[in-house]
Design a binder for this molecule. Structure first.
Ligand code: HEC
Length: 136
């Protein structure tokens, strides 16, 4: 996602903008997670694949956000990117598992994605949020 610009294979059917500010991007990630959730509980694998594809293929950060985050995190940027990569990678694995209609694997990767979202938030959300407000 964000920093590395790794969008993996871009299987998503949706047309995503190239870059997007952090808050709308995060709200889309939430909507995609909710799509995956709904797919899980209704056993709709197409829906799971669509939501997961949206997560693994989400737009990149804007240059502005990238700069602010780099400045705020310094050396810790690497960990931030790692969380992002985890979310990307395992969202794509959810999508693949959904194509194979393998619910156990969907759930396994879902938990890793969810943990990745929360790990990044608990480590960096407050700091970045503050910096984004003051740095503008
Ligand atoms: C690499 C770090 C990182 C990852 C991974 C990440 N987020 Fe976030 N997220 C943030 C940061 C930073 C903010 C705070 C942005 C701000 O307030 O300026 C945020 C904020 C949010 C918000 C609040 C937006 C608002 O309205 O204020 C939601 C919802 C959210 N993230 C959902 C998700 C979901 C769902 C995932 C996983 C699929 C995820 N995030 C993964 C960094 C991350």
């Amino acid at each position: 996602m964000l920093v590395t610009g790794a969008t993996f294979f871009g299987f998503s059917q949706r047309q995503q903008p190239e870059t997007q500010p952090l808050i709308p991007m995060m709200r889309m990630l939430l909507a995609d997670m909710q799509t995956v959730d709904q797919g899980i509980f209704t056993e709709n694998y197409e829906m799971i694949a669509e939501g997961a594809g949206g997560i693994s293929d989400h737009p990149k950060m804007t240059q502005e956000d990238k700069q602010i985050i780099k400045k705020t995190l310094g050396e810790e940027m690497k960990t931030f990117v790692d969380f992002d990569m985890t979310v990307h990678h395992h969202a794509d694995s959810i999508r693949m598992a959904a194509l194979q209609e393998n619910m156990q694997q969907v759930l396994r990767h879902y938990r890793i994605v969810q943990q990745g979202c929360v790990d990044c938030h608990s480590n960096y959300r407050t700091r970045i949020s503050k910096a984004r407000k003051t740095d503008k």
